[in-house]
Design a protein around this ligand. Structure first.
Ligand SMILES: C[S@@+](CC[C@H](N)C(=O)[O-])C[C@H]1O[C@@H](n2cnc3c(N)ncnc32)[C@H](O)[C@@H]1O
Length: 234
């Protein structure tokens, strides 16, 4: 990984903002990801993210923290927060923005336990593929203190396969429709492609049941997106 994502975040933070990140996926063309969005304040966050922040309790782990926007809000509110990300640049920016407890690790290498685990901005993305969902969920469950919760958002992207007549063009023999190849470029450089997973609520709920997690629909957004709360089945 070249960490172009982190490079772009650092550029923006250091006042060298000249262009946005360009993303595309296996089913969609080039699109701009505006860098200022990754530095959003609470009032600029989507309703589902604000809802997730309001539901936080106890010691919080912000998984895939990016620039630390959610962590910073929680820190100001007095929460004990740890922010982690696999992007070195993202972690550097989070530190520079004032997040006190940050670590450049994958969630799979996290070992501390928490009362709330946050995964926001398509939190299921980091699971990458449907076959890996149980592994990630089991690990996240092992990081929960008794009575703890996981707050995660995603979208049902079935609509992206809809044609003008309202029919669907997805290949039923292919893998799960939310599994995408994700391409990113910044300032003319291309990042190694990644896998990125969107999970519809029912599929997430089913996966949760298989690992002993209860999955509750907290809120739905305007565009097939949702926020879910997971906790240990009693
Ligand atoms: C879509 S960004 C979201 C950033 C931030 N949560 C936000 O809402 O602005 C996803 C983040 O997850 C990080 N990430 C991907 N896989 C990860 C993993 N296994 N463990 C920790 N972070 C990961 C990426 O580097 C990236 O910063």
């Amino acid at each position: 990984m070249k960490d172009l994502f982190g490079k772009a975040l650092l550029d923006y933070h250091n006042g060298n903002y000249t262009e946005d990140i360009i993303t595309s996926t296996s089913i969609s063309d080039d699109d701009e990801l505006p860098l200022p969005y990754l530095f959003r304040s609470y009032s600029e966050m989507p309703h589902l993210e604000q809802k997730a922040l309001k539901l936080c309790k106890g010691k919080v782990l912000d998984v895939g923290c990016g620039t630390g926007s959610h962590s910073l809000h929680l820190q100001v509110k007095g929460f004990e927060v740890k922010a982690i990300d696999i992007s070195e640049g993202a972690i550097e920016v989070s530190k520079k923005r004032g997040v006190l407890n940050v670590e450049n690790i994958s969630v799979l290498d996290e070992t501390e336990t928490f009362d709330t685990i946050l995964l926001l901005m398509n939190g299921t993305g980091i699971f990458q593929e449907l076959t890996q969902v149980s592994k990630y969920l089991k690990h996240l469950k092992s990081l929960l203190n008794s009575g703890g919760q996981i707050l995660i958002d995603s979208s049902d992207i079935k609509y992206m396969y809809e044609d003008e007549d309202g029919g669907f063009w997805m290949d039923m023999n292919a893998n799960y429709y939310g599994e995408l190849d994700y391409f990113l470029s910044y300032k003319g450089e291309k990042e190694t492609s990644m896998k990125w997973l969107y999970l519809d609520f029912e599929t997430l709920k089913l996966a949760c049941e298989t690992v002993g997690l209860n999955c509750e629909l907290v809120a739905e957004g305007k565009h097939f997106d949702y926020l879910a709360k997971l906790h240990e089945t009693i």
